[in-house]
Design a protein around this ligand. Structure first.
Ligand code: MN
Length: 465
């Protein structure tokens, strides 16, 4: 498995010429983000010299849909079904002892100073400071002992202090329970894991499902984990760096602004505070950062959402073929759905089902199955030629949307849907797509002779113009 660990995946990227090594000394302040963003969607970036740090920085380990598909050992069209199967049947992790786990090669329990130890970048102009953007945030439910994994933006607020935005989902629920009992909630922040575990961390699951167990299912074998030093949490044993700590009860401090996935800033406000109690890391650790709003970030959020969206639509329209949350729509706000329409009106039901899947989804386009919904020019063509606003347009006002969409009123806004499917009773020729017989057969190269130019007899007549 190429994506067994962070390092095996980096080696694979290097072997396939998809890793750019940046040797020049670069600044934490914007420069890493600048270079990584320019390479976004093309190559991973590996910075060997970051200011005076000895630790290199990597970004962009998966920045195309094909990258994630390859990590999952499937193709672009198999990603959703493979991910859906794994979410439905998690596999327990395997607990290693300390001696077996590389992440225990170095254990630091005293004098923790995060900015002295780790090259943590500043990404965008108005960001409030240095942010860990790619840390798997792991907590444990003390009752069921099940863990939960998520990713949060983490602002370095002091030597061993981090400010976090924890949206009201699973981690938040466990934190609130702890806080109401006057206790801190133990946590671990894991930096530098394989792309499969990274993707698994973003799965839409019911409360109580351990996302690391979804990684095990995707891998086809248990993910190896190890117990932390100062907290009762299990972390991937081959992780590069682990920060152990606790979210403090009844403490809130300023965090933000921070450049977020919609390419706008999330605001500054008082947020939860984490105190770091230990740092463990491999020998010669590598730091990993995700540039917010880049393809890596968008796809990481988008692919697991597509898996959940596909399930939602299928409950209403069983003939759904594919779903796509496009990067231009932040991989959150725009859903494109293709169906094999069997009944008139079905596309509208697909619109309702998609909108009901997540409050983030704002605009839905439904097409027939033969439209390639991963090709946005095809999608636009379907809107241009198979849609009439008077009969195919759906709009819903005053619905809950994303608070990070600046055009909403604190998250309240409108939804709309485009039914771009062909009416079932239309004349066969009316919507028949033009086609050149044999277009997809044979190789173009067989027709072209690279050594030939235009015969001179055809150019001579106009030579003296
Ligand atoms: Mn969860």
């Amino acid at each position: 498995m190429k994506a067994r660990t962070f390092r095996t995946w980096l080696e694979h990227l290097q072997l396939t010429d998809r890793l750019a090594v940046i040797d020049r000394n670069v600044s934490l302040q914007y420069e890493i983000a600048k270079v990584a963003k320019k390479l976004d969607g093309k190559k991973a970036s590996y910075f060997t010299q970051v200011e005076d740090y000895t630790i290199p920085v990597v970004s962009g380990i998966c920045s195309t849909r094909e990258d994630f598909a390859e990590a999952l050992e499937t193709d672009q069209y198999g990603v959703i079904s493979k991910f859906t199967e794994a979410v439905a049947s998690p596999v327990p992790c395997r607990l290693l002892n300390k001696q077996q786990a590389p992440v225990k090669e170095n254990i630091i329990l005293e004098n923790i100073d995060l900015m002295k130890m780790l090259p943590i970048p500043v990404h965008h102009e108005e960001d409030s400071g240095n942010y860990i953007t790619a840390g798997l945030f792991i907590v444990r439910d003390p009752v069921t002992r099940k863990q939960n994994v998520s990713i949060h933006r983490l602002q370095i607020s002091g030597k061993n202090k981090i400010g976090a935005l924890i949206l009201p989902r699973h981690t938040f629920h466990l934190y609130k329970q702890a806080e109401e009992a006057g206790r801190p909630l133990e946590c671990a922040i894991v930096i530098g894991v394989d792309p499969v575990t990274l993707l698994a961390s973003q799965a839409s699951t019911p409360f109580g499902v351990d996302e690391l167990e979804i990684s095990s299912a995707l891998r086809g074998e248990p993910l190896e984990v190890v117990r932390c030093e100062t907290v009762d949490i299990d972390v991937p044993a081959y992780a590069e760096i682990v920060l152990e700590g606790k979210i403090l009860p009844h403490v809130r401090e300023p965090e933000g602004p921070f450049g977020e996935f919609p390419k706008y800033y999330g605001p500054r406000s008082d947020k939860e505070v984490i105190e770091i109690t230990a740092v463990t890391h491999r020998n010669n650790p590598i730091f990993y950062t995700i540039v917010p709003a880049g393809y890596e970030h968008l796809l990481l959020g988008g692919i697991p959402r597509e898996a959940s969206l596909f399930q939602s639509v299928r409950q209403t329209v069983p003939s759904v073929k594919a779903v796509h949350m496009s990067p231009g729509g932040t991989c959150r706000y725009h859903a494109i759905v293709s169906i094999k329409k069997r009944n008139d009106g079905e596309a509208k039901n697909a619109i309702f089902a998609a909108l009901a899947n997540s409050f983030d989804i704002k605009h839905v386009v439904v097409t027939d199955e033969e439209v390639d919904i991963f090709n946005m020019e095809e999608v636009e063509w379907a809107i241009a030629t198979r849609f009439q606003a008077d009969r195919d347009f759906v709009v819903i006002h005053e619905a809950q949307g994303s608070k990070l969409d600046p055009s909403t009123r604190d998250g309240v806004g409108s939804k709309m849907g485009f039914d771009c499917t062909v009416p079932l009773n239309s004349e066969p020729m009316q919507y028949l797509r033009i086609q050149i017989p044999g277009y997809n057969e044979g190789n173009l190269e067989d027709y072209i002779n690279p050594d030939k130019s235009i015969q001179s007899v055809h150019l001579e007549g106009d030579k003296n113009l």
